[in-house]
Write a new protein. Structure first.
Ligand SMILES: Cc1ncc(COP(=O)(O)O)c(C=O)c1O
Length: 405
């Protein structure tokens, strides 16, 4: 470890909460980002294969300029009239099915999920929720209760009585587990929350037909269906703009975060008129920073860039090229158990822990992460400008690393 990194680590240990983790055995000191690349203090370039927050690219010049322009003019809250927030709400709802027509803006995925739960409770007057095994929905008290990945993990205290955990489905027949939970409930159902492609659980693709049956069962019991699209939204999966669209379902509440601000703290909840009306019960909703002028200017620009640069189509095309390369590795490396996903939402499941592989990739200049309850899934979720030649470099390097054993 160079001395600068050693100093930073020691100061961090002293000044910051120790349960903030650091990626990789050899910590990275990243000082600059540009599109799909990150640069360390020694000017070494890393190909970013997993930071999905920088959706349209690290420090995308158009997004930076839009933020800077608005920062020079005005940045205040939603209690003043502004066209920006309306234009953003209009353009955002245009990406969603017609029934999802009312927006709320907050500052993170956690805040957005937290608000989604408040909306669901206001609408159903119920509390009990169904979640999927290994799910993660955010860092607040309520969301830790709704996140088996946290409350069933180290330091967790298990699920509270109002949270019911459904099996991560291996086939459409597993919808029956949700149906059984619904049938056995002894309290009214508030709703079901899930990522439409569970990421933290290991880059999982839900079986076709599963969400349809689950949504029907939940709605049949008076509950609402919340799609957490924090990781999967905005064209990442290539085939669709949102992952729920892949299954032909329409949620009652959609939650957005990470990519929509390209790194600027921005979260959104979009719901139906009826649910928004239930929430409008006399109590004011206000978020000091949520929906401020700068956030809206940035959000609008990110959305514009996604469309202008055809990033969804790009993710599909380059994702297919990347998948072909990974499948070819699968033929030759027994350590690979399964390759799944689409577009720029891919997982390489290994038969053993993946952290060693990911650390060796980092040594070779490619950044990837691990997911899944056994940390044996390599997650590939690059910034969307990732190219065919980046994909070739990733596959070739992974080949070298896996060949070394
Ligand atoms: C699926 C999902 N939902 C919600 C969140 C919480 O978002 P944030 O960290 O912006 O609060 C995350 C963060 O990792 C996430 O992966």
């Amino acid at each position: 470890m160079n001395t600068r990194i050693g100093d930073l680590m020691a100061t961090r240990q002293r000044l910051l909460g120790r349960n903030l983790s650091v990626a990789y055995e050899k910590p990275l000191y990243i000082v600059r980002g540009s599109m799909q690349y990150l640069y360390d203090d020694e000017r070494r370039r890393y190909l970013d294969g997993y930071n999905n927050v920088a959706h349209v690219g690290h420090c995308h010049p158009k997004v930076v300029a839009a933020g800077q322009r608005q920062m020079e003019r005005l940045n205040t809250n939603t209690r003043y009239l502004s066209e920006l927030i309306l234009e953003y709400a209009e353009k955002l709802t245009a990406t969603l099915p017609e029934s999802l027509s009312v927006c709320f803006f907050v500052n993170s995925g956690s805040e957005a999920n937290e608000l989604a739960i408040r909306l669901a409770r206001a609408h159903t007057k119920a509390r009990d929720m169904i979640v999927l095994e290994h799910a993660y929905h955010g860092n607040t008290t309520t969301l830790i209760d709704l996140s088996p990945y946290k409350h069933h993990g180290r330091g967790g205290e298990g699920a509270p009585a109002w949270v019911h955990t459904a099996r991560l489905p291996a086939s459409v027949a597993d919808a029956q587990h949700v149906i059984e939970i619904v049938q056995k409930l002894d309290a009214p159902l508030c709703g079901f929350i899930a990522e439409s492609m569970p990421s933290v659980a290991g880059q999982i693709v839900l079986p076709d037909g599963y969400l349809n049956q689950v949504y029907d069962a939940v709605r049949g019991a008076g509950g609402v269906c919340i799609a957490d699209e924090v990781q999967t939204g905005f064209g990442r999966i290539g085939t669709h703009f949102y992952a729920f669209e892949k299954y032909g379902v329409v949620p009652d509440i959609v939650v957005l975060g990470k990519p929509i601000g390209n790194g600027h703290p921005l979260g959104a909840v979009i719901t139906t008129r009826r649910i928004a009306e239930s929430f409008d019960n006399g109590m004011e909703f206000f978020s000091t920073f949520g929906g401020n002028n700068v956030s809206c200017a940035i959000g609008l620009k990110v959305l514009e860039v996604v469309h202008e640069e055809s990033l969804q189509t790009h993710a599909l095309k380059v994702g297919e090229h990347l998948l072909a390369g990974l499948h070819e590795l699968d033929q030759r490396h027994e350590v690979i158990r399964e390759i799944r996903g689409s577009g720029f939402f891919l997982g390489v499941e290994l038969v053993e822990e993946a952290s060693c592989v990911v650390n060796q990739m980092r040594e070779r200049g490619i950044l990837m992460g691990t997911e899944g309850p056994r940390h044996n899934v390599i997650k590939i979720r690059p910034p969307m400008p990732f190219t065919d030649s980046d994909a070739d470099q990733l596959v070739q390097t992974l080949d070298e690393v896996l060949s070394r054993g």
